[in-house]
Design a protein around this ligand. Structure first.
Ligand code: S3P
Length: 433
């Protein structure tokens, strides 16, 4: 198990190309695999989670060259061309692979078994399994958790499903199953979640993206191979945005970051806290909005995080909490109980880590209160969660001493070059095996 030691750093400066978007990378592999013809992906994320998706499709008979330096060539087998893997598919730490593949495999003629690491085997799957069963899928869980056994069916039936929790993974699983269903499958969300699946479905179906259309799929959709470029991941950019905001005299440019409106509430939250972030060169690439972000140091202050931002910043709360700890005054996060069922219980992990560093942090069932102030040196547990590890690495750079983060290996799931890239921008991180 490796550790990271993060020490008070210099100002952050320069130009940093953040890693590619994890959510969009997964979807490019999934749609590329079941499309007719070749899909060429540029800037695919080579993190362990996406590689788990790649390897699952190889096991199901899809030829995938790469990824090498972000380039991958996927020889799509068409919507009915997947084959039984012949062994269980191990999806490692990746909840997105597990949930999206459950939807896709629920509509196949063959049986599949999906498993993952200890963290993934603790995560709730009934939120996906229940609607799929309503569509006629045959899926078995172990008390609502992986491993999942998915049995082949002739066909599914379309449903109209009101999501009880705001979850893009569940929405995407149902839409993927809808590609194998008689009739139309429609998902109604309590609040909009990331819409990368819908955007990519439009692109592979040869349609331009129309936000106003219903969130729906059906078996008549014909998917054709595409050339795609994956934007930089706003979730990875968030670590730089917070570090540069809090470290004096910083001025950092992050080119090519995805700013899909269903993903970028972290920008709204940090700006409300007083951050100096400028958006420029806005453009659309492969149906996704992209821009360059410039961030300069600013004095941040605490806020009550507006409830409407929670779903669209869900992965950024660990580092938003660190921003709150470095801000003046109190920040209150509520309505975020989903954080408890991520790669770790992120409410407990963040509050415990901040307390370890002398920060006044109070846990609530659906969030936390954080009173900004100074950090002391200390050692925190990441609970094997990549985003907790990286958030506390940022905490180390803005304090006066140093922070040791235990169990940091899983940063490879989403951000393999985190340590060298952060150091290139001015941070002082050391990885110890
Ligand atoms: C994701 C959706 C979110 C997010 C996860 C990636 C996706 O999960 O937390 O990191 O790619 O669809 P939920 O759907 O569980 O909110």
């Amino acid at each position: 198990m490796s550790r990271i030691v993060s020490t008070a750093s210099e100002a952050l400066a320069g130009v940093v190309k953040v890693p590619s978007d994890k959510s969009i990378s997964h979807r490019s592999v999934i749609f590329g695999a079941i499309a007719d013809g070749v899909t060429q992906v540029s800037n695919l994320l080579e993190g362990e989670d996406v590689l788990a998706t790649v390897s699952a499709f190889r096991d199901m008979g899809v030829e995938i060259e790469g990824p090498e330096q972000g380039e991958a060539r996927i020889a799509g087998v068409g919507s009915s061309g997947l084959k039984a893997a012949g062994r269980e598919l191990d999806l490692g730490n990746s909840g997105t692979s597990m949930r999206l593949l459950t939807g896709l495999l629920a509509g196949q003629h063959f049986d599949s078994r999906l498993t993952g690491d200890a963290s993934l085997r603790r995560r709730p799957m009934n939120r996906v399994v229940v609607p799929l069963q309503e569509m006629g899928a045959r899926v078995e869980t172990v008390d609502g958790r992986p491993p999942l056994d998915i049995y082949g069916v002739d066909t599914l039936k379309g449903i109209r499903y009101h999501l009880p929790v705001a979850s893009a993974q569940v929405k995407s699983a149902i839409l993927l199953a809808g590609l194998y269903a008689h009739g139309r499958t429609t998902v109604i969300e309590p609040t909009s979640t990331r819409d990368h699946t819908e955007r990519m479905l439009s692109g592979f179906a040869g349609a331009s993206w129309d936000r106003k259309g219903p969130v729906a799929s059906d078996a008549a959709v014909v998917l054709s191979g595409q050339s795609l470029t994956i934007p930089g991941d706003i979730s990875s950019a968030a670590f730089f945005l917070v570090a540069a905001s809090l470290r004096r005299n910083s001025d950092l440019l992050l080119p090519g970051v995805g700013i899909n409106p269903t993903r970028c509430a972290v920008l709204d939250i940090l700006k409300l806290m007083g951050a100096d972030i400028q958006v420029s060169r806005e453009r659309v690439e492969s149906n996704e909005p992209v821009c360059d972000l410039r961030v300069r140091s600013a004095a941040l202050h605490g806020i009550d995080i507006p409830a409407e931002f929670v779903a669209n910043a869900i992965d950024e709360f660990p580092v938003i909490a660190v921003a709150a700890a470095g801000a003046s005054g109190i920040t209150r996060i509520r309505g975020a109980s989903e954080l408890r069922v991520k790669e770790s219980d992120r409410i407990a992990a963040v509050v415990q880590g901040l307390q370890q560093l002398g920060v006044d942090a109070v846990e609530y069932p659906d969030g936390m209160d954080i009173t900004g102030g100074s950090f002391v040196s200390g050692s925190v547990d990441s609970f094997g969660d990549h985003r907790i590890a990286m958030a506390f690495a940022v905490a180390g750079c803005i304090g006066e001493g140093s922070v040791e983060i235990r169990e940091a290996d899983n940063i490879r799931t989403s951000f393999p070059d985190f340590v060298p890239l952060m150091n290139s921008a001015g941070l002082s991180l050391e990885e110890i095996s």
